[in-house]
Design a protein around this ligand. Sequence first.
Ligand SMILES: Nc1ncnc2c1ncn2[C@@H]1O[C@H](COP(=O)(O)OP(=O)(O)O)[C@@H](O)[C@H]1O
Ligand SMILES: [Mg+2]
Length: 381
Amino acid sequence: MTAPILPGSTIGVLGSGQLGRMFAIAARRMGYRVHTFSPETDTPTGQVADVEIQAAYEDLDAVREFTRHVDVVTFEFENIPVTTVDTVAEHVLVRPSGGVLHTSQHRLREKTFLARNGFPVTAFRSVSSLEDLQASVHDLGLPAVLKTAGFGYDGKGQSKITSLSAGEAALQALEAQEAILEAFVDFEREVSVVAARGLDGVFAHYGVIENAHCHHILDVSIAPAAVSPKIAEEAVTIALSILEALDVVGVLCVEFFLTRDGKLLVNELAPRPHNSGHLSVDSCVTSQFEQQLRAVCGLPLGSTAQYRPAAMANLLGELWQHGEPHWPAACAFPEVKLHLYGKLVPRPGRKMGHLTALAASAEAAATLVGAARKALQHDAP
Ligand SMILES: Nc1ncnc2c1ncn2[C@@H]1O[C@H](COP(=O)(O)OP(=O)(O)O)[C@@H](O)[C@H]1O
Ligand SMILES: [Mg+2]
């Protein structure tokens, strides 16, 4: 058994967004140092890290220099080029491994991995030409969802298509060499399981979280989800099997569709803390970020017990449309917590922060967090 990486050590984070920021806050609280590497400066992670390195992911000299000052590297963003991660791995431990990243950063590889290992997924086809598209639409029927195979997030690079001609236009607009066509899932709800696996193979999970999306972007998450114990057990078992099949050391989130006839289908994997797990920061003994830290450092995992039911609402750039949101109005809800990521430009669809509410039930927490978010808004002039 390898010795754990102890407090006082330095963790390198590839990527510099809000996930890295909340990871860095957890890491610094436990006495670690954090270096972040990304092409930007004054980033959400950089603002709270000890060192912020600005360089392109392709600048392998800068990547090597970064590895000289850290004891282990993790990532907060899955669109890191695999050559970057491979270069890091030549010099220092990377957790989870580059292999996990390689599988989960590409939708076709990910779905192929899932299907081959017997995990339930919606029917899909690889599409790299108009002929492929025609054949795939013929096989899968319409509506269907066309997505770029790589580099998509928050609904970017995907569209629901309802006719072949719309599909052809969408494929051309994607300008992607490789795309995936998925059968549209008429789901009853979407849920996720945020899970962790330690260096010793110990598994921990945060139960089933229910997620509502708006324009393909997560809007509100609540935990615990209103699903039957049987579905909850099934979702957790699938998550456990996926973390084991990928040999994950770290945190991984499994996003699911729950179909109207009660079947779980895996939608996608995120090999890191997930937006739906943000409510663990305020409502659980160990947050998903501390759990990631413990896993990548080879420490025992912490308890995932939830103190109280919770709901999280994202704050997107739109909220700034008519001016700076009324922060004191949200703070006037004593059981609502405000999280802001330090992003300077509030573009529409950009995740700027979130609110978490705690209440006696998940439904009550959802109502509360919705009211607090509404109180932030300015009326249109
Ligand atoms: N095959 C599908 N059927 C129905 N809805 C889908 C499908 N694929 C994606 N969606 C909707 O779009 C959202 C975002 O898609 P997802 O594949 O998770 O991409 P992202 O990487 O942007 O999160 C999903 O959470 C879901 O609401
Ligand atoms: Mg998703």
